[in-house]
Design a protein around this ligand. Sequence first.
Ligand code: AMP
Ligand code: ZN
Length: 498
Amino acid sequence: MKVALKLYNSLTRQKEDFTPVVEGRVGLYVCGPTVYSDVHLGNCRTFISFDLIYRYLLYLGYKVRYVRNVTDVGHLEGDVDTHDAEDKISKKARLEQLEPMEIAQKYTNGFHEMMHLFNVLPPSIEPRATGHIPEQIEMVEQIIANGFGYEANGSVYFDVPAFIEKYKNYGQLSGRVVDDLLQETRDLKNQSEKRHPADFAIWMKASDEHIMKWNSPWSVGFPGWHLECSAMSTKYLGERFDIHGGGNDLKFPHHENEIAQNIGACGNTPANYWLHTNMLLLNGKKMSKSDGNNITPVELITGNSPHVSKGYSPMTVRFFTLQSHYSSQLDLTDEALAAAEKGFRRLMEGNKALQSFVGSKDGNKPLDAEIDALINGSFSEMADDFNAPKALAKLFELVTIINKLNDKHLSFDDVSNDCIERLKNCFSDFIFKIFGLSDESTNDGGGVVDGLMQLILDIRSDARTNKDWTTSDKIRNALSSLKIVVKDNKEGSSWVKE
Ligand code: AMP
Ligand code: ZN
């Protein structure tokens, strides 16, 4: 590998040298979306951040197996203790009168379109929770056999006090204090079958109305939400792998319980390094659909929102996310997006100007040392816990030099051609390979047009389903004035340019 990579490990709360389990390979697991509604911008921020991390690991030459799951069962809403909880997907299926799998498919498709739009690479494996029920049942059996799970009324619970007695480190990731957890005296409602308030369900018996359910040794039921990630990461990456990621809102209970389940079943902490992305805010406040402090990716791109003065391109949004470290909060504002648009343009124009540069033929030249220091600096920043904003700052210092060379304020006699070549490689490696940006001005880099067209066709199809003829007519007329013909068939809609 070209450089020593350091990363901040949320588990130990310190920056550590990265040493993979198997030299040259990385096993990376990231908690994917729960596919019961449209992906929101906060989700996009997290997946763009892990895309940056994935791309950088690939750039360093690692063979990466990147597993990002799809949660299509088990993520509950409501009071789990009293069985009043309802699966998010089942609930949406009931409300929309569709099969749960139609809901999961619909929002998985939408999620993929968004990822494509923002140039996020697909993972190596994208396992679904419903496709791994036997693996999850097997894990519950192991947990029970090891004395960390018990059955009650057809459901199975993870026995947190029993786990803590043997392994003291429950709470290590999230910073929960074990004594506090154990002393919790919340009254368990009569209906609760849990022995202790801190226990959590790993298998839930389903009520008659519950639609998504499977046979198991304990009941016809469904797995607890945390279990899928334990079972699927073990299946595809092994009992001990390198990096586990997700948004920091997942630290507790999801990741803490995932660790407990893996240790409970196999005796191993699953991942050596835990990376957590921070939240995306809108105008300094948490995004929330209910109070209107929310903007969807489509609204951001089209500009159809009171929160923005105009639409911003997908690459501007991607660039905007790169301007802050993945572990810092990121505040989305119109001003910050406008600044990102300018910054992105400046970077791309600098790169374009650079392409025609020819330096001086012989030897080391006066500017070489400064340019090389900035090039090396940008790579060192990236190796320091994937610090894209600091790497970008170095690239912008290089853009200043590029612009001075272009404007003849600096002379090409003072820079060697070898150094210019290193600069060209640095820019193309960073912009396209590591940052995953594409040039929207010149061509359809990254299939942006395809992504946008798919999005438009989806909005049209939703409008038609909802009998919103104003929107569907508006789209049809706009497309036909652009000489784009839409063909509807059984598989969906496709388009051609006349
Ligand atoms: P979900 O679909 O809710 O399971 O979330 C998918 C991923 O997006 C998880 O890793 C979450 O932690 C992450 N996430 C959710 N909300 C935000 C937010 N506002 N900012 C950044 N990441 C988020
Ligand atoms: Zn997960």
